[in-house]
Design a protein around this ligand. Sequence first.
Ligand code: GAL
Length: 843
Amino acid sequence: MMLQFWFFGISIIIHIIFSAYATIVSHDGRAITIDGHRRVLLSGSIHYPRSTPEMWPDLIKKGKEGGLDAIETYVFWNAHEPTRRQYDFSGKLDLIRFLKTIQDEGLYGVLRIGPYACAEWNYGGFPVWLHNMPGMVFRTTNKSFMDEMQNFTTMIVDMVKKEKLFASQGGPIILAQIENEYGNVMGPYGDSGKAYIKWCANMAQSLDVGVPWIMCQQNDAPQPMLNTCNGFYCDNFVPNNPNTPKMWTENWTGWFKQWGGKNPHRTTEDVAFSVARFFQRGGTFNNYYMYHGGTNFDRTAGGPYITTSYDYDAPLDEYGKFKKFLILLTWKNLLGNLNQPKYGHLKQLHDVLHSMERTLTYGNISTIDFGNSASATIYKTEEGSSCFFGNGNENSDAKISFQGESYVIPAWSVTILPDCKNEAYNTAKITTQTSMMVKKPNEAEDTPSTLKWSWRPENVDNFILKGKGESTQTQLFDQKVVTNDQSDYLWYMTTVKFKKRDLFLGKSMSLRVNSTAHVLHAFVNGKHIGNQHAEDGKFNYVFEKDVKFKSGRNVIALLSITVGLANYGIFFESKPAGITGPIFITGRNGDETIVKDLSAHKWSYKTGLNGFENQLFRTESMSKWSVESVPFNRTMTWYKATFKAPLGNDPVVVDLMGLGKGTAWVNGNNIGRYWPAFISSENGCDAKCNYRGAYHAEKCLTNCGEPTQRWIFALYHVPRSFLNAEGDNTLVLFEEMGGNPSLVSFQTTRVGSVCANVYENKIIELSCDRKPISAIKFASFGNPHGNCGSFEKGTCESSNNTVDILTQECVGKEKCSIDVSTKKFGAPDCSGAARKLAVEVIC
Ligand code: GAL
């Protein structure tokens, strides 16, 4: 017993000594220095509110195992201060807990306070009450804006300081960011923009965080701010000061999705190429944006039209994954869903770069230009040299001769030779498996194949029949002004009276609304006359429908729905949302058109919907639901079903196929907006997807002609998360447009098959993510071609039975390691070309 106390006491003392030990973070023109040592730093973005606290340890641990030194996050002002001076740091918003989780994992942190974030986050992270303050203009020398920005920034810095989380205090945070990509939009702000950025720098500096501040995409960043680069490639970036290291704050690992759009995919080869090239050309800090994209729960998606999924094709996929282990009474989760081969190929790159840290940060740099976009960069110290051979040509491989040896550098790739002799890594040669995810039906016991639904109508009568709201104005207002963004929904209602002999009546009449509503529903005298949304990114459209008005009083009720407020652009805070008009009734009589302008009518406003106010989504809601005649294709309808959590530990998603548009809740938690009825266009997908050549967000798209997002992440059935492992769970849907819930189902996602396509003399590891490999579907050693799922034999092939060899080595095991060599598979004659093993295994 005494001994235990003794150990306990010693460990507390050690802890105190270590946490009091400040880390000195500084920089010179070459690199960020930590305690005087120049560092090669690999970092990855994980935004805390896009996952749950239960997921953080696993995600961060996966980052560390993937070879990251640091985790980066923005701070989301509107989430923390939803109402002025009322703060929320609970649950997913527990910033301090997130930073401490980074610290517990022994990683560094990069804190991008902004507080403008962009990030495809609602309103770029600005609270809408801020917009509604008198005389407000964002991101310029506007007194009210600067006061509020300073207030929030100071508060965050103080919170972080209080917990001793800056490296200068012994904590993990080595860098802080103020503003975000202001340089991209600054021009139209004129001199005020220039003054603002100086003010930002001074304000940040005055907060005395003891670590360097960065400003990304700000090539006039005032000293001592470090200006950094964001983009798909940053090898050409030159900081604005010779004393600033070359740093890349956002290397976009993929791209985000918008409703109506397709699935973006940035190839692994190209991400690796961009990183290797950046380090070849003197870069020393690279942050992946995103490393884990996650989910835009609730109403956090930016816009307009950013989807609920923020997967981003990042190295860790949206879902992540848990494995439960009861260790010393704490729940430990050990797995994350690796987006392979991206995760593994980048991990190998990080390991190689770290192994060269000293030469890269202290070595003398020389380059050789071989022409045709091929070059060698040599980093040389007294202890040795490290080399990069780059080939930026997108069509042809480069054959170069270096120090008496010849090398082939595939098109659009970089080869790294830590000793300038032996190739340790090539960005285009992937030796990591490709994992193909599949969705499986809910296998929970007693779960019928279809859910049993009950329903309720949304009570809209007061609005569509009576036109009765909360306040009236003789003006059409921007939605933000009225709702303060407390809801997606705003009713605009007015009444129009026609006398029996009114010129209008009897004519062919229509209602014409000039709308910037992200989605608009129109009702006349209680009847739904139609809805409309923006097509092809045009958020300024005209809704026009023929309507029969009656003599006497007519009620026009327009329901405007926001789908994420704009998060990017010049003066984006004033981009209109809602129905700003004008609104007309037109009557046509032959060639004659009579127009009645309703814009300055008495408009009655009502924010939100009854069902939301009455919290129909709460499991304990006492409201009545009917199981009789569950309607299909009915607008403004609530649906509810109970379900059992799927068995096992795989992440759970809900398939919302058949529904229109709305919001989904699991056990009272808002899991986000859904819109499976929004189908992307048929054109523009690229099944082949060539990694060679510069990537852009329209390249390598998939999912043409399909719903942009069909599945929503329903989270795990682990303690404290959304699902109950035992007993019933509740799914509630609010369907706006009309849909058929009978197809809705719960599914789990897991690795379904795994492939590799590797040149000889490499070792490849195949793993089914802790499930046994069940069969070898395809295997060929020679010159096979095709992609995972569609491999084909080539013209030369080993006479050994490759499938049998692999069955012996892999089937029944959770993972197997294969030496891809002629010794194992035989030596087919492939006319001198390097042989390859292509294999697909079923999990
Ligand atoms: C950048 C911005 C990020 C994110 C990214 C695109 O311009 O800084 O916050 O929006 O674009 O995903």
